[in-house]
Write a protein that binds this ligand. Structure first.
Ligand code: AMP
Ligand code: ZN
Ligand code: FE
Ligand code: FE
Length: 300
């Protein structure tokens, strides 16, 4: 048998299960997400804003209006033994008290952290907290993050683009950087399971995001606690990491997902550049507690 071409294993058609909108740090509305997904011929999309389900009602309405099925999800900020981890939670009950308390806490800590960063930046650059709030499209329903600080710096003429600001003072190696205090992965996974959701570790092999990556052993501990899958098809993964995560998924019978991590104009990532196959999405919907938005016959 010859060498396996790992890129040939990536789905060519299907669903983009990792997308951000104005309900966190994406630059486009939920409607724009769904219209763009239709234009690109995707079978469906997931809305996965950071630490919130605030965009879900809008996503359900647009899904029905445009006949584009939408998986409802969230990208949850977490931490595992010093490694920053993002966990995608799909099709959970958004009213579950554990998960709503978790989001409320993270969003409060995110805002405090952003305010502290901006206070320090304001000593050297012409922006203040109001300029950051001016970049937030859904008011208190939007999860604030560094991209809003970057956008304020762009509006003030300090940088030409959000990405340039991340390469400059907004980046994790910049002098103004502060981490977001985050819940433990085990706590997040327990809350997602309690809420009847499907939990997938996002971009676990992206070396640009962490000095140290989540190890196989760390992922396997989460598998023992009910982790459903790993995101393999993501632009942050090189071939070595795709191979490692696929092997891990095969060993443990995990779901394999893919997504673009679309942020609208905020990042170069194109909607649908990485995909999840139909069969995997079917498993996610079957396992999840809520119905797929945009199709009739609701489960709840
Ligand atoms: P934070 O969560 O507040 O630490 O901000 C980091 C987030 O910014 C990540 O979710 C990135 O995906 C997002 N982001 C959006 N646009 C960019 C960009 N142009 N460069 C780097 N990160 C970005
Ligand atoms: Zn983001
Ligand atoms: Fe992420
Ligand atoms: Fe993301």
């Amino acid at each position: 048998m010859g060498e396996v071409d790992w890129d040939l294993m990536a789905p060519r058609y299907g669903w983009d299960l990792h997308c951000h909108t104005v309900f966190s740090d994406g630059t486009c509305s939920v409607r724009a997400l769904i219209e763009e997904a239709s234009r690109r011929g995707l079978h469906g999309v997931a809305i996965t804003d950071h630490d919130t389900a605030q965009g879900w009602d809008c996503a359900s309405r647009e899904a029905v209006a445009r006949g584009m099925p939408v998986v409802r999800g969230t990208e949850i900020t977490a931490e595992d033994d010093g490694v920053s981890v993002h966990m995608l939670a799909f099709q959970y009950d958004p009213c579950s008290p554990g998960i709503t308390a978790l989001f409320a806490r993270t969003r409060r800590l995110r805002e405090q952290r952003a305010k502290r960063m901006v206070a320090a930046i304001a000593r050297d650059y012409p922006i203040g907290w109001d300029d950051v709030l001016a970049q937030v499209r859904e008011g208190g329903r939007t999860t604030i993050g560094r991209p809003h600080i970057a956008d304020a710096l762009v509006a003030a003429g300090v940088y030409a683009s959000r990405s340039a600001a991340f390469e400059g003072i907004v980046g994790a190696s910049g002098a103004y950087y502060l981490p977001t205090p985050s819940p433990d992965t085990h706590e997040v996974l327990a809350a997602v399971k309690e809420a009847g959701g499907v939990c997938v570790v996002a971009h676990a092999g992206d070396a640009r995001r962490n000095r140290r990556l989540l190890s196989d052993a760390q992922i396997e501990t989460l598998v023992d606690e009910g982790l459903d899958g790993v995101e393999v098809w993501h632009r942050g993964h090189d071939e070595v990491q795709r191979r490692r995560l696929l092997a891990l998924a095969t060993r443990h019978g995990l779901l394999v997902t893919g997504g673009s991590d679309w942020h609208g104009e905020g990042k170069p990532n194109a909607l649908g550049e990485c995909l999840t196959d139909d069969e995997t999405v079917r498993h996610i919907v079957e396992r999840g507690r809520i119905a797929l938005a945009g199709l009739s016959a609701p489960k709840v």
